[in-house]
Design a protein. Structure first.
Length: 110
């Protein structure tokens, strides 16, 4: 496996890339949508919502947590997850800045 050279980019660029990579699988998108739908922390009930095995869902939850998109709290024998609003705000600001610049510099390139 080659070197990624991620140290050649800013912390902000690396953070956005990590978040974007976490959204790179439809199961993770489905998990985020489910968390939005239930509007509360979830523990084990997500396994009943997706057509995936529990270990697979656990791996996707781990990826989302590593990207900062969700956070987890231990309650008894289970870890309960919810969306980390701070990371969503970072994404919103990032894409909001892109949209604002595109509106400001409307050009007919390409």
């Amino acid at each position: 496996m080659g070197i990624t050279k991620s140290d050649q980019f800013t912390d902000k660029q690396n953070a956005i890339a990590t978040i974007a990579k976490a959204f790179g699988h439809p199961a993770r998108v489905a998990i985020m949508e489910y968390l939005l739908k239930v509007d509360s922390c979830i523990c084990g009930d997500i396994v009943n919502e997706l057509p995936l095995a529990q270990p697979t869902i656990s791996q996707h939850l781990k990826e989302l947590k590593n990207a900062g998109l969700i956070k987890g709290n231990i309650e008894g024998n289970a870890i309960c997850y919810c969306i980390d609003e701070k990371t969503i705000e970072k994404l919103q600001n990032y894409f909001g800045n892109i949209s604002a610049k595109l509106r400001k510099h409307k050009t007919n390139c390409c």
